[in-house]
Design a protein around this ligand. Structure first.
Ligand code: RIB
Length: 309
């Protein structure tokens, strides 16, 4: 039977600019690169990944009453995502992200959260009453909604998975209940612990620091092109990434944690799940855009079989 995952997180329209040079303060740069509006938002990217990787996904977010919202909702319907808990807000615009993608595929992102900040407790409680197999969240929405969702899910026995993006040092980690997986990237790890996870030893120290603030069965630090580090409360293990030509790293972390969550729910094997998630992340960086770059189950499975042989 298909797993049912409730994603309570963000939806944005991304304005992606493929550029040669990031301007300095006061400088105007004329670019010969390209730009496009593409659906994004950490929550939406993960919801698309969960659906493409073969689970049933309910996406709870809030959008504005505007043209961007209409295009995003069209995409979610096409991706077979359940949108019955997405509300339109008359007083805040749909979230917008400006993404600069440099030639090496690295990105810099500025997010205007807009309606994402208006997710309310009542809608979250209603969605949790549908008894999903898991709750999946990130930090791109209001703290109150995240804490309410996590604590209510925990009380109902629904496992909670958190991708700690974007880095928000003000988030009160201590108020979260027991989590199944907590997954920050390098910047978020540095933000929460003051430790840059540059090697195995630093990853272990960062996990021990995080453990003082959160109760998670697994902490999985996403290390970009280096792979991921998994800590089970006692031991840590590095899972190197798989080689692929990176053109745009946008949404790779979202695809990674979504794939990790789904695979882990299916097999309860963190090592296997991490390898599968590394495949989903690698395929995502090999393409341009946010949700547009997320691979299907068949593509991910084929890549997985090739790399683990
Ligand atoms: O993780 C990538 C996402 O971060 C982008 O799609 C952008 O909308 C921001 O939320």
């Amino acid at each position: 039977m298909k797993k049912r995952i409730l994603v309570v997180s963000s939806a944005n329209m991304d304005m992606v600019m493929n550029i040669n040079t990031v301007p300095s303060a006061g400088e105007t740069v004329i670019e010969n690169g390209s730009y496009a509006y593409v659906p994004g938002g950490k929550g939406a990217n993960s919801a698309v990944a969960i659906s493409r990787l073969g689970a049933e996904c309910t996406f709870l977010t809030r959008v504005g009453n505007d043209a961007n919202a209409n295009s995003l909702l069209e995409l979610y319907k096409k991706e077979e995502i359940d949108i019955s808990y997405i509300k339109k807000d008359d007083n805040a615009p749909t979230g917008l992200a400006t993404i600069f993608v440099e030639k090496n595929g690295q990105n810099r992102i500025i997010v205007f959260a807009g309606a994402n900040q208006k997710i309310d407790r009542e809608t979250v409680s209603e969605a949790l009453n549908d008894a999903p197999d898991a709750l999946y969240m990130q930090f791109e929405i209001n703290h109150d909604a995240i804490l309410h969702a996590a604590n209510e899910a925990y009380k109902k026995g629904i496992p909670v998975f958190i991708d700690a993006g974007p880095a928000d040092k003000t988030f009160p980690l201590e108020k979260l209940p027991r989590l199944e997986i907590f997954s920050p990237n390098e910047t978020e790890t540095l933000g929460f612990t003051g430790i840059a996870p540059t090697d195995d030893d630093a990853c272990m120290r960062a996990c021990l620091e995080l453990q003082k603030r959160i109760d998670a069965k697994y902490i999985v630090i996403k290390l970009g092109s280096k792979g991921a580090y998994v800590f089970d409360g006692e031991k840590g293990e590095m899972f190197p990434s798989y080689e692929i030509k990176a053109v745009d790293t946008t949404a790779a972390g979202d695809a990674f944690t979504a794939a990790l969550t789904l695979k882990y729910l299916q097999c309860q094997d963190i090592a296997l799940s991490c390898k599968f998630a590394n495949c989903a992340g690698a395929l995502t960086v090999s393409r341009h855009g946010a949700s547009s770059s997320i691979p299907s189950l068949d593509e991910t499975q084929a890549f997985f079989e090739k790399v683990i042989m």
